[in-house]
Structures are given as structure tokens and as C-alpha cells.
Design a protein around this ligand. Structure first.
Ligand code: GLY
Length: 577
């Protein structure tokens, strides 16, 4: 009955499928901010690393707006953060520009030669589909969206020339940058795994020579970025880079299927961001094909409904806090698995899922004393990577951008001759209905592989508005842990009045279906043993998630931007006068 109720309240999402329909998408003026009055004391950015933070600062100081800085930051991370920063992946950008909200979906799509049974051809000795086949190698790659996404955002909003925005990334690729000991140590296992891999990968060819504290140059990538700088996005999708990418599908015996037609037809989509009222503020966040915005809004909404009952007097990160949150997270993951997918292919009942009555009903199902029963299979948790940055300019505009290769170094395939890593986003589809993917989450028909379809994401780049002005820009990498982490940070700041920096470094937990009695902690902040014992008493087991989320946020306090980077990652924050 519940499902029927939700299905009847069909989505109000407006998906804007062509660039010619821009006026209907976010629906307002496109002119950037040349004449807008300054609203903030400065611009600011919290980005994935120090190199990209410096570039964001330079672009903001040169008069660029938040989108200019976002484009330059994204290209820089493709050079200095190769495990997740990318031109071979895809992502989402939430924009607040001249007082209007926008959302750009530049998620990867499944190649035309795929089908719901595409991965059944890759089987293990026992005849079952090999879960590795959607994770590594050329057959795991979705048609990349990043370059067309950045180009499209820039065409609409940039003040500075495209070439100026690519120049810092090109210089870092050509002249080199100095990687830290930590990042080289972190990469070494993944890069060495080339040998004897069942699906050909070639990371060591491009990254095997990287040494800590020594200049690392990427001449092929520099040449690729140079071509994109002079030829625009068309060069990536129709030019020499496209030829090299198509050749990489079968390099070393690979079985990838991306064709020139797939690349030539790739289009980002302007969509209406989810706009959800929370504590008198407006949360702008990611609509489908992300599950993240729906999930984040459901979590914050349920918690608000329970604020004066179950949550009264419950301290942050106490056993009862974790139990109540886990009860809410279970319900979010049940909806995710059943209802969410690419809205251009399946009808996603967003309005029903965010209906206050429905959220109140789900909140009322939370059992304050016992674990609601669910299946308890616990798959492994490999290393994931995505990266997020949050930027504001002095005019009060904001960009919240999360983009990804999915896994750490994506599919492990580097386009030979072009020097960039390709994603393994096909694993975000439910390649077999009901079977957990590498993130341990399940899906059904709504998220089955189909040519041209976008895999369901959890990325949730978000902007919080108070009285029409930006109050916070926030996001994180972390797959299905993205929206549960953002829920915790936002609740810490706005329910418990915690300073943003304290909240970002606070211990975080995660709970999802089908692993219904497991509470995950992050390696950065393991649970104290007393909490582990208390959770065990309540019937939970505790597991290490195996990776950290990495929040990057900017809060605006009295007109001053306060950027905060997570101590879990190598992110950096800057203020630009
Ligand atoms: N690839 C992770 C996500 O999109 O959620």
C-alpha cells in the first residue's frame, strides 16, 4: 500500500533534456555577475587538495566567479588528484547564481552496446556473474561526462575565458607537481595490482614512476588538456581524444564497448535541484539520477519530526543517537533500492518520497528501542573515490560540485596516449537485481543497465539557503556514505550548534541495507570500546567501513565565508579577497 501511495504522488521533477531548453531549467537569466553588488567579504573554497585550492584562490582573485573557480578546480584535480579528480568520469554541480538555483547532471551513461544482461558474459568459474567485471577494466567504463559538463556550465556562467581556466591544470601536468608521501603510499597497492589482473588495466604505465616529494609530470595528459583548451569539449567527444578513448576500450585485449557515436551523442542535463525546507532554510541538493538528495532530505526530515520525541536529550554519537539514526537510514536505503534510478528512463516518485506526511509516517516507524529486522549479509568494502569541492564568490554565488571515477583510480584503465584514467561507473547500476554492488547496496529494475541510461548515484552536492542567501555549501565523497555523512554534519551544526570545523572532524557512522545490523565506523575515528559494547548490547555489530568520507564545506557567518576541509583527507581551504 505504501508503494502505491508513493507511486500515485509522481515526481514534480522537471528534467531539461536539451541545451536549447535552458530557459525552462532553473528558468532564469544566464548573465554572470559583472554588475552584481558584492555580498560577502571575500570568496572562498574548500577543495580536494592544496594545488586545486591555490588555483581556486587565483581564479577568484582574478575576478572569476564561483563557476569559473569550479571549472579551474575540477581540471586541476584531474592532474593532482588522479585517483578521483578526473576528465574520464562524471558528476553533479549544484549552482546558486544571481539568486537562482541550478543543477547540472554530467553523470556518465551506459554505452549503446550494453543491455540489462551485459555483465552476464563476464562469469566466474562457477558460472555466476563476476562482480569484478563492473569494477575494473574497459567494460566497466561509462561514457564520461566531466568535460562536457564543465564546458556546459562554463558556457552558461563563466566570466573568464575557457583557456584561462585550463591553464593552471596544463602547467601542473606539463611542468609537474610534487606528490606527498601519504598519497604515493596510498596509491602503491592499487597501481601495483596491474599484474595478472583478469581485466586489463595499465595504471603502472602512467603512475608507476610517481615518487614522493619528487616532481611528477604527465606529458600525455598535458597534451590532452591543451587540445581541450583550444578545441573545447568537442575535441574530447569528437576529436583526437575521442579516437584515443575508443582505442583504449580494446587496448591490451580489453573488452570495452564505448564507440565514437557514444561519445559524440553524450549530453549533460540541466535539472531542477531538489529544494527542501528544513529548519526554516532551503536545502538545494541533487535530484535523481542521484539518490543522495532524496536520502539527505529524508534523513533531515525524519530527524526534525523526531526532534521533540525520540531525539529529546539524546547526545550526538551516543548509542541511542546511532540507533535512532540507523533506524532512519534503513528506511532511506529501502526506498533507494526500490524507487530510485535515472528519471529519463524510470518514473521516480520524488515528490512522494519527500512529502512531509510520508516522511512523518516513516519517522513514526522508527523503533526507539529495538533494531527493525532486515537481511544481514555483509559484503566487503573496497576503497572508493570521488571528490568534492565547495566554492563561493564575493557576489554571494555558490558552486557545490561532486565528481567521480567511482572506485579508487576508477576502472584502472588509462587512455593510452591521452594519459587520463577512465571511470568504473557501470558498477553503480544494479548489474544483477538484488545483488549488492561493490558499495554493498542493492537495486532493482529501476537501476538496471540500459543503453544511454545514467547509473544511480549517491553524490549530493548541496547548498543551504537562509532568506535567499547562501548559508552553507557542502558535499563529500563516499558512495552510499555520502548522504549519511552530510546528514550528521548538518545536524551537528544546525541542531546542536556545533562549529562547522568541529562537526566536520567529528566521528561519523553509517548504516545501510541489506546489512541491517551492522554499524560502520570510519578508519579516521573508530568507535570507543564503550560505544562498541553498548551497540552490541542493543543487537548491533560494528565494522570498519574501510574508507573515510572527506567533507568540504563553506559556511557563511555574518557575510564572511568560513571554508572547512576535513582532516580525513588532503583537502585545503582558501579565502580569496
Ligand atoms: N560513484 C559513486 C556515486 O555516484 O555515488
Amino acid at each position: 500500500m505504501l508503494g502505491l501511495n508513493i507511486a500515485l504522488k509522481r515526481s514534480v521533477l522537471v528534467a531539461c533534456v536539451s541545451l536549447s531548453a535552458l530557459s525552462a531549467c532553473g528558468g532564469h537569466i544566464d548573465s554572470p555577475t559583472q554588475d552584481a553588488p558584492t555580498q560577502l567579504s571575500a570568496g572562498a573554497a574548500a577543495t580536494g587538495d592544496n594545488f586545486s585550492a591555490q588555483v581556486a584562490q587565483q581564479i577568484l582573485a582574478a575576478g572569476g566567479n564561483a563557476v569559473d573557480a569550479a571549472v579551474a578546480t575540477a581540471f586541476t584535480l584531474a592532474v593532482t588528484y588522479p585517483e578521483a579528480g578526473n576528465i574520464g568520469g562524471g558528476g553533479f554541480m549544484t549552482i546558486y547564481m544571481n539568486g537562482q538555483p541550478y543543477f547540472l547532471d554530467y553523470r556518465e551513461v551506459a554505452p549503446a552496446a550494453t543491455s540489462p544482461t551485459f555483465f552476464s558474459q563476464f562469469s566466474t568459474a562457477d558460472g555466476k556473474e563476476d562482480p569484478q567485471s563492473s569494477v575494473q577494466g574497459a567494460q566497466a567504463v561509462g561514457v564520461p561526462g566531466t568535460v562536457m559538463g564543465l564546458w556546459t556550465a562554463c558556457q552558461r556562467f563563466c566570466k573568464l575565458p575557457w583557456q584561462q581556466l585550463l591553464a593552471p591544470a596544463i602547467a601542473l601536468a606539463r611542468n609537474g607537481y610534487i606528490p606527498s608521501q601519504d598519497s604515493v603510499d596510498n596509491y602503491s597497492g592499487t597501481i601495483a595490482a596491474d599484474q595478472g589482473h583478469p581485466y586489463p588495466i595499465n595504471l603502472s604505465e602512467y603512475f608507476g614512476g610517481m615518487k614522493a616529494n619528487q616532481t611528477f609530470t604527465q606529458p600525455d595528459l598535458a597534451a590532452t588538456l591543451d587540445r581541450i583548451s583550444s578545441g573545447g569539449a568537442d575535441e574530447f567527444y569528437k576529436g583526437k581524444t575521442a579516437d584515443l578513448l575508443v582505442s583504449s576500450m580494446t587496448q591490451d585485449g580489453g573488452k570495452g564497448v564505448i564507440s565514437k557515436a557514444d561519445l559524440a551523442s553524450y549530453k549533460p542535463v540541466w535539472r531542477q535541484p531538489i529544494s527542501f525546507t528544513w529548519k526554516g532554510m532551503t536545502l538545494l541538493t541533487a535530484p535523481p539520477p542521484s539518490s543522495g538528495g532524496v536520502a539527505l532530505a529524508q534523513l533531515l526530515g525524519m530527524k526534525a519530526d523526531l526532534a521533540n520525541t525520540a531525539f529529546t536529550g539524546v547526545p550526538v554519537n551516543s548509542v541511542q543517537y546511532i540507533h535512532l539514526s540507523a533506524e532512519m537510514m534503513k528506511r532511506v536505503f529501502a526506498d533507494r533500492a526500490t524507487y530510485l534510478g535515472d528519471p529519463d528512463f524510470v518514473s521516480v516518485p520524488v515528490a512522494g518520497l519527500l512529502d512531509p506526511d510520508y516522511i512523518a509516517q516513516r519517522a513514526a516507524e522508527v523503533n526507539p528501542t529495538a533494531i527493525s529486522p532486515s537481511a544481514s549479509v555483509v559484503p566487503g568494502k573496497p576503497k572508493f573515490h570521488t571528490t568534492h569541492f565547495s566554492i563561493v564568490d564575493k557576489w554571494g554565488n555558490a558552486v557545490s560540485n561532486t565528481y567521480t571515477l567511482n572506485g579508487f583510480f576508477g576502472s584502472g584503465v588509462v587512455v593510452r596516449g591521452a594519459g587520463f584514467v577512465l571511470n568504473d561507473e557501470m558498477d553503480d547500476f544494479a548489474t544483477v537485481a538484488g545483488q549488492p554492488n561493490a558499495l554493498g547496496v542493492v537495486g532493482g529494475d529501476a537501476n538496471a543497465v540500459q543503453p544511454g541510461k545514467r547509473p544511480l548515484s549517491s553524490m549530493s552536492p548541496s547548498i543551504l539557503l537562509q532568506n535567499g542567501k547562501v548559508a552553507m555549501v557542502i558535499g563529500t565523497p563516499g558512495g552510499s556514505h555520502i548522504f549519511t555523512s552530510l546528514y550528521q554534519v548538518l545536524s551537528d551544526v544546525y541542531d546542536y550548534n556545533m562549529p562547522l570545523a568541529d562537526s566536520v572532524k567529528n566521528m561519523r557512522f553509517h548504516h545501510q541495507l541489506p546489512q541491517g545490523t551492522v554499524v560502520y565506523y570510519e578508519p579516521y575515528a573508530p568507535f570507543p570500546s564503550s560505544l562498541v559494547s553498548e551497540l552490541a548490547t542493543r543487537g548491533y555489530s560494528v565494522a570498519n567501513s574501510g574508507f573515510n568520507t572527506d567533507v568540504a564545506a563553506v559556511q557563511i557567518v555574518n557575510g564572511n565565508p568560513i571554508p572547512v576541509s576535513d582532516p580525513r583527507g588532503r583537502g585545503a581551504s582558501v579565502v580569496a579577497k
